[in-house]
Design a protein around this ligand. Structure first.
Ligand SMILES: Cc1cc2nc3c(=O)[nH]c(=O)nc-3n(C[C@H](O)[C@H](O)[C@H](O)COP(=O)(O)OP(=O)(O)OC[C@H]3O[C@@H](n4cnc5c(N)ncnc54)[C@H](O)[C@@H]3O)c2cc1C
Length: 456
């Protein structure tokens, strides 16, 4: 039995079996997917429903205990694990998904429902969920809402923000805000759910979300295009955007990442000869979109080779190298990760400058660059640079800002980029964000150190 009085109170709220203090049981909650971020929690608490989340948050308020909300712990910016001493609030048991409302084309899902479970549930009702990402088996609704997750289908359906029609959330004082009616038009005052999307657990704990669903598109084709580099890939984006209606995904992978997936995970390269980069395009529609895609690519001299698949297993094979990137990088070492967006017109120039910066600042390091090209979103992963200090972060993120890009595309700011928010938001903007934080969490107990640098 723990001597910590808060642990005893939390055990009354959720039951003793769901307050963990044994290091063997808490360990998996205390370090993140990348291996970069870790810290000991005061305890891990696992409520089962909104009422228990309220009880936990109230108890933490009474004991002035900081709280780190956690969903699937697949976040990549150090936002989902404690620094040391916080209560780790796992939302994983809030995994109830309600029946699909086919009339509205919406569903209400608990914060702990995984993306894969949500996708299966929507499919059983003849609909789809508009967000997809490789961490689908673990990433949760609450985590995706909190990070405004993007993923591979943003070109078709937008980010998580565009799917959220309502939220239920527990505020720092334990009060519950509930807007789950799902009315497409409902302008009674401020859009609180909109504010909470992307707030990274710093303003409230998300307990349920009302989500928009999209039609299932039965005909789907994937084409893997071998291209000589990023500039050629960007030129193809313009061609595809203007000629192909049902674009679902436009994904980019470079040679170094292809080889890493082959080496680390035994994934087969789709082409027998090596190419500088691959562009993976997926198109879906109610009729066969293959002729439209073929027409759009007719005369595209940038494309050296093409592999096409219109059946499930074939598409999965073409996606394998792209989907394997994050996992292959994690197997190769602890990478410095930069998830950034550039204007498409600046992307190739940024990529060239990045090589120069890395050669100067991190000689011998390996850059694995891939991403969601239609949005100009690159994931820059620098391996063999773990021995360097944080100067590399400042230089790479500064380079992004100098190209009018965003230092935080879809993974969030987390702890990793909290000191660099000024590169993306001016003083007035930062002051407004700080005022909102003070208003909703005056004691700064929700996810301290995330988005706002930790007080020293
Ligand atoms: C292999 C792999 C591929 C990925 N691909 C993509 C991708 O394509 N696009 C993309 O956007 N991301 C991607 N990610 C990152 C990650 O999956 C997303 O950020 C996801 O949204 C995190 O969900 P989660 O449930 O794991 O959240 P966690 O990692 O548990 O938490 C993430 C953040 O949200 C907060 N949070 C979690 N749950 C709640 C809640 N209920 N209420 C309030 N705050 C909460 C946490 O405090 C933390 O700040 C990938 C990650 C991996 C490992």
């Amino acid at each position: 039995m723990s001597a910590d009085p808060l642990v005893a109170v939390l055990a009354e709220v959720v039951g003793p079996a769901h307050v963990l203090t044994d290091p063997d049981l808490t360990a998996s909650y205390e370090s993140d997917w990348t291996g970069r971020w870790a810290g000991r929690a005061r305890c891990v608490v696992r409520p089962a429903d909104t009422a228990q989340v309220t009880g936990v948050v109230r108890a933490c308020a009474t004991h002035a205990a900081p709280v780190v909300p956690q969903g699937g712990n697949t976040g990549l910016v150090g936002g989902s694990v404690p620094r040391g001493g916080e209560v780790l609030l796992s939302l994983a048991r809030l995994d109830r998904v309600e029946p699909v409302d086919t009339l509205a084309g919406q569903v209400t899902a608990g914060a702990g429902v995984t993306l894969a479970a949500l996708q299966r549930h929507a499919a059983q009702a003849g609909l789809s969920y508009g967000v997809d990402l490789a961490a689908r088996d673990r990433a949760t609704v609450g985590g995706m809402v909190a990070t405004n997750a993007g993923g591979t289908h943003v070109v078709a359906y937008g980010t998580t923000r565009a799917q959220v029609v309502g939220l239920e959330a527990v505020l720092a004082d334990g009060s519950v805000v509930s807007r789950l009616e799902g009315l497409p038009k409902d302008n009674v005052g401020y859009d609180l759910p909109g504010l909470l999307v992307g707030s990274e657990g710093t303003l409230a704990v998300v307990t349920r979300a009302r989500l928009r669903l999209v039609p299932q598109l039965p005909h789907r084709v994937a084409a893997l295009l071998a291209v000589p580099g990023l500039a050629a890939a960007v030129a193809l984006v313009a061609r595809l955007r203007s000629r192909v209606g049902g674009l679902q995904a436009v994904e980019y992978v470079e040679r170094a990442g292809i080889e890493l997936a082959v080496d680390q995970l035994g994934v087969a390269d789709a082409f027998s000869s090596p190419h500088a980069a691959h562009l993976l395009v997926e198109v879906a529609d109610h009729g066969d979109p293959t002729p439209l895609l073929a027409d759009a690519l007719d005369g595209a001299d940038e494309v050296a080779e093409v592999a096409v698949a219109d059946d499930g297993p074939g598409r999965t094979r073409l996606w394998r190298v792209r989907e394997a990137q994050t996992e292959a990088i994690a197997l190769a070492g602890v990478a410095r990760k930069y998830d950034v967006t550039l204007p498409l017109s600046r992307l190739a120039a940024f990529r060239g400058d990045l090589d120069g910066v890395l050669a100067r600042e991190a000689p011998g390091a390996r850059a694995i660059v891939f991403g969601h090209l239609a949005e100009g979103n690159l994931h820059v992963n620098v391996l063999d640079a773990d021995h360097l200090d944080d100067r590399l972060d400042a230089v790479v993120l500064g380079l992004v800002a100098s190209h009018a890009g965003s230092i935080s595309a879809e993974h969030g700011v987390g702890r990793h980029k909290a000191a660099y928010v000024h590169l993306g938001r001016d003083a007035a903007d930062r002051a407004a964000m700080a005022a909102i934080k003070r208003a909703l969490d005056p004691e700064g107990r929700l996810n301290p150190g995330v988005l706002f640098p930790a007080a020293r």
